[in-house]
Design a protein around this ligand. Structure first.
Ligand code: Q9C
Ligand code: ZN
Length: 660
């Protein structure tokens, strides 16, 4: 098209004297300290903090790259531009925040929103964030700049037409994309690709362009079957758009939280890049959150600055390199500064930075990529071919984080399980091959380390009865249980016991168990839901003790050289909604973090999601609990003061009779 063929940057003139075609690209940067005024009203710490944009700006200056860019002042968005994607009410609400005289009025508004704080600086920052992306986009579309990076906050991609959420007030990128399409038709921008690599799904952007074929929205994010923020089905790969927009919405939903460069680049090479080639955008927006970066406290993924630079480089092949980056999330200050620098160096076409050694995607990554390709291949023929067997065999086996069980012993042959585990090689995302039993040198020091960390062990089965749980700590046997426990190495009792209710489904299944005889044992659906409520008894114990409980439940020895569930595993699940699926056939191959209680993670153990499917299909039987087992649960609920005897019996009956 006409605009796209014109050379860019002619209005500003060559800044470094290189001839056109081989000249230094004009890279715009927008940063404004005013956006730091948006902060928590009470000075409380929050991951979405003012320093996020400061550290990025400082990094670019220290590295000497901002000096090679065109630095622009920020601009406030105009209401009519905001209203291209937001309702009038929403714009007015955000505007009104600064006029409120008192924090409590703002706090009231914020408390009705999902993951939002507000202070006196919030309105101005939100207007500047959106307006700055508009300004940068306009200059890039005009050709005054080649590309650019708007270092803005608050972020935008969760903000919906009529709703602020997920730290986002206005949807900065959506406002700017809509501005180009609707307010500046003279610039000839007819097709826009929005790439969202923030670790969270860009729900707001998706909805705003759901039926719009002019905007191809691509989001890659942690999804975990709807368990990761923003929870639900919106980020599913089946969400492809509607009406004229059908096929113009692409989600790549990771089902686990350890993805790194290899996984992201596989999504690029086998989904995004072929589609971008077919779509042939006039301009690209990048919702550049850096919370999939290695060491991000919310993301849990491990994309390196090198990974980001390669992903960006690949996008610059399209739209004549007209690409507008807008900061979204990213909460490790060091990681976001380094990742941002790597990206600006790509925009400047500096020499490619060095990366870590070649690694392979996870097996689950190939599964997701294949599902996405299949769902979208009618709209994008370049996705139609089956990926070659050779390609998808280049994979990292899913690391076995733990083999856990719930409150009842697993029926799997524990030694057989151990044998299988010892044969497996585990590769980490960086590609270093680790032999399973050499992951950690044989050591007894793990006990000392893990003894320093407390967790809440949330029991929903027989362990709710304290004497039964204490068997796992102090050793021994209780009524109805057909075996003796050895106890934990550290025999100190739980420091605290509290009861809580969680939105998960309790059910009973399997034919019989060694410990309790004929009848099912308790499981809880790893996924939360809005209807069900499961009572759980939380014991505050050390991570060392938690390991010993796990081992005993699995029939393993407690004097192992290495922990089953170590600090790294804790870090991986330390995020509400995280699920670790053990790829083996154990009954309770899944540890789920249910959230936190006074900043201490709450862990429970249950079956995998695939087992839930088998319970549903009848492949694994649903069975009422053995009598002795049910009595133990009831005693737990009654003696713990949680329910009356009648209530406890009714609670178990309901879990037994209600279909899954
Ligand atoms: N249970 C961005 O990265 N987490 N937003 C809230 C509540 C909110 C992230 C957890 C995460 C929002 C732009
Ligand atoms: Zn995010």
């Amino acid at each position: 098209m006409a605009m796209a063929g014109e050379s860019s940057g002619k209005k500003i003139g060559d800044c470094d004297g290189k001839v056109a075609g081989n000249r230094q690209r004009k890279v715009g940067l927008i940063y404004d300290e005013t956006m730091c005024k948006h902060d928590t009203p009470d000075g409380e710490d929050h991951p979405e903090c003012p320093d996020r944009i400061r550290v990025i700006w400082e990094k670019l200056q220290l590295a000497g790259v901002s000096q090679r860019c065109v630095v622009l002042g920020s601009s406030k968005a105009e209401d009519k531009h905001l209203q291209l994607v937001h309702t009038k009410d929403h714009v007015n609400l955000v505007k009104s925040i600064s006029t409120k005289q008192k924090d409590y009025r703002r706090n009231r508004i914020a408390s009705q929103l999902n993951s939002i704080y507000l202070n006196g600086g919030s309105s101005e920052a939100a207007y500047l964030a959106a307006g700055s992306v508009v300004k940068l986009a306009e200059k890039v579309a005009e050709g005054e700049l080649d590309c650019g990076f708007a270092i803005v906050r608050p972020p935008g991609h969760h903000a919906e037409a009529d709703e602020a959420m997920g730290f986002c007030l206005f949807n900065n990128v959506a406002v700017a994309a809509s501005f180009l399409l609707n307010e500046r038709p003279d610039l000839g921008v007819k097709k826009i690709l929005i790439v969202d690599w923030d670790v969270h799904h860009g729900n707001g952007t998706q909805k705003m362009f759901w039926k719009d074929p002019r905007v191809l929205f691509f989001s890659v994010h942690r999804h975990e079957y709807g368990g990761f923020y923003p929870a639900g089905d919106d980020g599913d790969y089946n969400m492809v758009g509607e009406g004229p927009g059908e096929g113009f919405n692409i989600n790549v939903p990771w089902d686990q939280g350890r993805c790194g460069d290899a996984d992201y680049l596989a999504a690029w090479d086998h989904i995004l890049i072929p589609v971008a080639r077919e779509f042939n955008p006039d301009v690209i927006f990048l919702s550049a959150g850096f919370d999939a970066a290695i060491n991000d406290p919310l993301g849990g993924c491990c994309v390196t600055p090198y990974g980001y630079s390669v992903m960006l480089k690949k996008l610059m092949e399209f739209a004549q390199g007209k690409i507008v980056l807008a900061l979204e999330g990213g909460y490790n200050l060091d990681s976001i500064a380094k990742s941002s620098l790597a990206c600006v160096q790509v925009l400047l076409e500096d020499k490619q930075i060095q990366g870590p050694p070649e690694a392979y995607p996870f097996e689950s990554t190939w599964r997701v990529i294949q599902a996405v390709r299949k769902r979208l291949c009618t709209y994008w023929p370049s996705l139609a071919d089956e990926l070659s067997w050779k390609l998808i065999n280049q994979k990292t086996p899913t690391p076995i984080i733990l083999i856990s069980s719930s409150d009842s012993e697993t029926e799997d042959d524990a030694q057989g399980l151990l044998d299988q585990m010892s044969k497996l090689s585990i590769e980490n995302p960086q590609g270093t091959l680790l032999e399973n039993h050499q992951v950690e040198p044989a050591s007894t020091s793990w006990r000392a380390d893990l003894a320093k960390v407390d967790v809440w062990y949330a029991s929903f089965g027989s362990n709710m009865w304290k004497p039964r749980f204490l068997c796992y700590i102090q050793g021994g046997q209780v009524d109805g249980l057909k075996k003796v426990c050895v106890g934990s190495m550290d025999k100190s009792p739980p420091k605290e016991t509290v009861w809580e209710t969680f939105p998960h489904r309790l059910f009973f299944g399997r034919e019989s168990s060694v410990g309790w005889g004929v009848g099912g044992v308790a499981f809880t659906n790893p996924l939360a839901n809005l209807i069900d409520q499961t009572h759980m008894c939380l014991y505050r114990i050390t991570l060392e003790q938690f390991n010993d409980v796990l081992s005993q439940e699995n029939g393993l020895n407690v004097d192992s050289d290495s922990p089953v569930f170590d600090l790294a595993a804790l870090q991986l699940v330390d995020n509400k909604g995280s699920i670790l699926e053990a790829p083996l056939n154990s009954w309770y191959g899944n540890v789920v973090c249910l959230g936190k209680e006074r900043d201490i993670p709450i862990l429970t153990m249950t079956c995998t999601l695939s087992a839930v499917e088998k319970f549903k299909s009848g492949e694994i039987p649903i069975r009422p609990p053995a009598k002795a087992y049910a009595n133990t649960l009831i005693r737990g609920l009654v003696e713990g003061g949680r329910l009356s005897k009648e209530e406890a019996e009714a609670y178990i009956d309901k879990a037994v009779s209600k279909p899954l």
